[in-house]
Design a protein around this ligand. Sequence first.
Ligand SMILES: Cc1cc2nc3c(=O)[nH]c(=O)nc-3n(C[C@H](O)[C@H](O)[C@H](O)COP(=O)(O)OP(=O)(O)OC[C@H]3O[C@@H](n4cnc5c(N)ncnc54)[C@H](O)[C@@H]3O)c2cc1C
Length: 522
Amino acid sequence: MTNNIITSTTVHLDMDYEINVVWLKRDLRLNDHEPLSQSIKSGITLLYYVFEPLLIDDPHYDERHWRFVWQSIQDINIELAQFNTRLYVYFGDVIDGLNVINSSFKIIGLFSHEETGLLATFDRDKAVNKWCKARDIPWVESESGAVSRGKKNRIDWDKHWQNMMKAPLSQPELSSSTLVCTDDINKLTEPALPVSWSIPDDFMLKGGPVWAQRTLQSFLKVRGKSYNFDISKPMASRKSCSRLSPYLAWGNISLRQFYQTILLKRSQVGWKRPLDALISRLHWHCHFIQKFESEHQMQWRPVNKAYCDLSYPELHMGISLEERLTKWKKAQTGYPLVDACMRCLEKTGYINFRMRAMLVSFLCHHLLVDWRLGVTHLAKYFLDFEPGIHYPQFQMQSGVTGTNIIRVYNPVKQSQEKDTEGLFIRKWLPELSELPNEIIHTPWELSPMEQQLYQFNLGETYPLPIIDIKETGRIARDILWGFRQRFDTKKEGRRIITKHVRVTNKTDKNKRLKPIKSKVNQ
Ligand SMILES: Cc1cc2nc3c(=O)[nH]c(=O)nc-3n(C[C@H](O)[C@H](O)[C@H](O)COP(=O)(O)OP(=O)(O)OC[C@H]3O[C@@H](n4cnc5c(N)ncnc54)[C@H](O)[C@@H]3O)c2cc1C
């Protein structure tokens, strides 16, 4: 391979040479990477990743996330080794890491993708911007996916999505680039990382671009054929859904790479239906992140401000708020599908969309707990935690948008329909494994005789239901529909639709001021 690698024999640190820094964030890959492509075109490049205590200590994150990132870095380093370079990995504050680099080299450009993140990362980016400005270092940020910064509405948003997704991949020409060599990177201070991150967890998907490709190929080989049939089933979806979400969330694969690969497969017999269903979800991916990008206050208040008045009782059905929340978190609600989902999530970092929606509905509707008290708990468990999808979805499922269909899920009905044979429940609640199919969804209906037969002590082997969902479902519907009728809810709803609902043609554009129904139900 003919590349122009700077080796320690040709360049020395004391020469104080000028470099560009590519700061990897949630874009842990070397393909379809605009900041990397731009940087290597304009100068010597060093790739930089920072494990930030700011995020490591944040309640949204868990060790599972940093292990995934660590694995991604190892994977990238294997690819970089052929170019005699590696990522410079810092553990600490981003600016401290930049100062370390800048004390050995002269940074003349910083390149990264735009990040639609939590308030913490927004504030950190402001500090980085200030640091760059003070040193006259241009910071060039590229758009992530099809999410535009500073967008006031959705006019032509779909067109933009199509343009971005159909554009050629931005492939960095690493073989003809100039990269800071490993020997020089080795001379920089590099704080040690927690050892536990390097210990694999076989229950979770493994991070890295290579694993992203393997997962995608296995989906397109056979798994994906029954995508649209299995998507709502907690057990079958684990195989039939793409499972690309952590790879997209941490950027091991770009949405465009994913989309373009799917398009190639779509024309093959039997693949159109499942892949069309998947493609619409790739739109949603950006749609939700765009929503969060344009309205980041969603991290701490309902997007529909009228719901700020919605109060959640300290005592509901005689149970304190703390106990309701704790039982939900600890998988002790007494509703098998709810508890099985929580246990599965804790162990594997994944459940499918429908089960996520049901968990939120159970918390906010049946247990009447404010969504804000549960949002970080699930973020911590989701290996694919993506702030821009998580917050809008959480609010939508809890019913505080005032624009989406109100769905109060009945966990027994979901269980009977989506896990009819109780396979998922048996796997995650082994204490129920001996119960027959007809009773596994409602163990509280076991007669004393049946309890003896299955050696099952209601309330001991498995908890009694924390609340009666018939009663709580009715209360929740009354509250939510009551709120929906309010003048301020409707007014805010119109504002939300005008700002966040996609406009695709001229007629739609003319109707914008009087939209009634949101196009976005998922
Ligand atoms: C309360 C709640 C919180 C959620 N939080 C997250 C999150 O933090 N990160 C995350 O990636 N997804 C989140 N989702 C959306 C969805 O559940 C997951 O994207 C999906 O289950 C991931 O599995 P998959 O990759 O096999 O999906 P597939 O069905 O194979 O879809 C492929 C990709 O499309 C995107 N996608 C699919 N469904 C949705 C959707 N409903 N909304 C937006 N994008 C979608 C994802 O990027 C996904 O990886 C959340 C859903 C709910 C109800």
